[in-house]
Design a protein around this ligand. Structure first.
Ligand SMILES: CC(C)(COP(=O)(O)OP(=O)(O)OC[C@H]1O[C@@H](n2cnc3c(N)ncnc32)[C@H](O)[C@@H]1OP(=O)(O)O)[C@@H](O)C(=O)NCCC(=O)NCCS
Length: 171
């Protein structure tokens, strides 16, 4: 958890605010350009970052999704989007705070929300960079995909996690 001694200061979570798309687009772009270089070449990173940072497309994509924003000292540092209560559509953490538990905090909250809303499982099309992260969280690789971003081909892996029973009493 974010309170661990080896992690940075605690992050807080809140729903995304209206009009916050540009900040989220900037986080996605920074995460892709700053964190995925060992797994994707420069052309792939740039095409993926450009697609993810397209503010109009991102606003349309986030509409209807449950989007959680992680903040440090009030500043957004990461976000996760839950689609149709069954798929993690996006998870991005700013490189400046990567490895400090923010991704885990976001993912855990999304898993809990989906569970509370009745989901039995969650899927994610995990980037090669995030594969180990999701595997550590109990997601299992199901299928390898090749997708196009701005005319460039990238690989990812559909992963699935079976969600546990809700912690609280069931009504
Ligand atoms: C994947 C990502 C969201 C992880 O966020 P993060 O805040 O760095 O993750 P955390 O600090 O919570 O990491 C939690 C654990 O996962 C591990 N982990 C993180 N990234 C990992 C990776 N790429 N491979 C293996 N393990 C990883 C950490 O070591 C940590 O382990 P620990 O608890 O034993 O110390 C972030 O690296 C990111 O934004 N990547 C670029 C964009 C991307 O690929 N997004 C996913 C699209 S599906």
């Amino acid at each position: 958890m974010s309170g661990d001694a080896h992690r940075g200061p605690a992050a807080a979570l809140r729903p995304a605010l209206p009009g916050e798309t540009p900040v989220l687009a900037a986080i996605a772009e920074a995460a892709i350009l700053g964190l995925t270089g060992e797994d994707y070449d420069e052309d792939q990173q740039e095409a993926w970052a450009a697609a993810a940072a397209d503010e109009e497309a991102l606003a349309a994509r986030l509409e209807g999704q449950l989007t959680l924003v992680a903040t440090r000292d009030g500043d957004p540092v990461g976000f996760a989007a839950l689609k149709d209560n069954r798929e993690i559509d996006m998870l991005y953490v700013h490189p400046e705070v990567a490895g400090e538990g923010v991704g885990s905090l976001l993912c855990e909250a999304v898993e809990k929300l989906a569970t509370a809303r009745g989901a039995k499982s969650l899927t994610v099309d995990a980037s090669d960079t995030a594969l180990g992260f999701f595997q550590q969280r109990g997601f299992v690789p199901m299928q390898r995909n090749t997708v196009q971003r701005g005319g460039v081909w990238l690989s990812n892996t559909t992963m699935e996690k079976i969600l546990g029973a809700p912690a609280g009493p069931v009504h």
